[in-house]
Design a protein around this ligand. Structure first.
Ligand code: TXA
Ligand code: MG
Length: 344
């Protein structure tokens, strides 16, 4: 059934459970129009990767600088090999992690337009696991370039409504697949030099997960590295809400900061879980908890929605956030929090 959520009279959200809506989406893609699609990580703004004009529209809707290349999504390894050169280790990685939240940087083939890769000799590729995205890839029968479906630098979308609220009247049609599963963007692994695998962005798959298949620990490129334009999205300030964020190592430090504040309604607090400490926070502050049980996977899946909720409260002037343990996906959540809080 088609949902009638409108923005000033224009239908923006199509429900993913109606096959007719999927046909509409495929038709738009084949006509060169960008559409927003759910993936298992975050919603993506997708367009035909082999159509430079369609890709240009993606850059302009997002206001993304032309030197920040896009990820190309493929249905399977065969389609990946039609756009990029595959080193031997790719098969092993694909067998273990695709479809799934792993993006791999490979040497590109000429068929990929330069606008997709910002002129780089490499292309970022990923085989997503979301059933709706997979169905669209198969039906459209072409690779889809898709950055996260948010204005450049802002918090990524994990629900269809996030996409509509960020782009307002410039919003493309959004296919609604419900809230995304992982809630943060894919892990990016560069195999530009296959002998020296490098992680360019932390994500749902940890360095240890990858090491088990690679047979060596990949180098983690410092996420904040202005000198190397290798992953331009790895700039300091990114994934950022408009409200100021301040990070704290523990809840006691947040408590010290917020107790005695004169205007509790101007203060937000974002915690991993509720604790004895958090019960002592002044009443009136806006307190959001990423996971009642302190589960890091659940925390990741709620992170961006929570940041957006804080941002949409006009009374808030500052949000204090607890950083998490660097265990598993915790390191990727901390990476996003640090960049969201950065002022540079
Ligand atoms: O989970 C995800 O990866 C989501 C979903 C939609 O698939 N996509 C996503 O795309 O996060 P985006 O554009 O927001 O982030 C892609 C990152 C950017 O930091 C970009 O600079 C980097 O990938 N990238 C793309 N191509 C690259 C290349 N050839 N070499 C190095 N970095 C590249
Ligand atoms: Mg992004």
């Amino acid at each position: 059934m088609t949902q009638t959520l409108n923005f000033r009279g224009v239908l923006k959200i199509l429900k993913g459970d109606d096959p007719e809506n999927l046909r509409v989406i495929v038709g738009l893609i084949l006509r060169g129009e960008p559409v927003a699609l759910p993936t298992e990580t975050v919603y993506g703004l997708a367009a035909d990767a082999l159509n430079p004009d369609a890709v240009h529209s993606v850059f302009s809707i997002k206001k993304r600088p032309a030197n920040d290349p896009l990820i190309v999504h493929a249905a399977n390894l065969e389609q990946v090999e039609s756009i990029a050169f595959a080193p031997p280790v790719l098969k092993k990685l694909a067998k273990s992690f695709w479809p799934g939240p792993l993006t791999i940087i490979l040497r590109k083939k000429d068929i990929v337009p330069d606008i997709v890769t910002s002129g780089l000799p490499t292309v970022a590729v990923r085989v997503p696991s979301h059933p709706l995205f997979r169905k669209i890839l198969l039906d459209a029968n072409r690779p889809l370039a898709a950055p996260s479906a948010n204005p450049f630098g802002y918090v990524s979308p994990t629900q269809a409504e996030h996409v509509v609220s960020s782009f307002a009247e410039n919003c493309p049609v959004v296919l609604d697949g419900g809230p995304t599963d992982h809630g943060i963007e894919s892990t990016i692994l560069s195999l530009d030099d296959p002998k020296q695998p490098k992680i360019l962005r932390l994500g749902p798959l940890s360095p240890n997960d990858l090491a088990q298949v690679l047979g060596c620990m990949p180098v983690i490129v410092p996420s904040i590295n202005d000198a190397i334009p290798m992953a331009p999205g790895c700039m300091k300030r990114h994934y950022s809400p408009n409200v100021a964020l301040k990070l704290h190592h523990d809840q006691a430090s947040i408590k010290n900061e917020v107790e005695g504040c004169t205007n509790p309604r101007s203060v937000g607090v974002l915690l991993l879980q509720r604790s004895a400490e958090s019960k002592k926070f002044p009443s009136g502050i806006k307190l959001l908890c990423l996971s009642e049980e302190g589960n890091l996977r659940e925390a990741a899946s709620r992170l961006y929605d929570s940041l957006r909720k804080m941002d949409s409260d006009p009374l808030l002037e500052i949000v204090h956030c607890e950083t998490l343990s660097d265990r598993g996906i915790g390191a990727a959540i901390n990476d996003r929090l640090r960049r969201a809080a950065s002022q540079d």
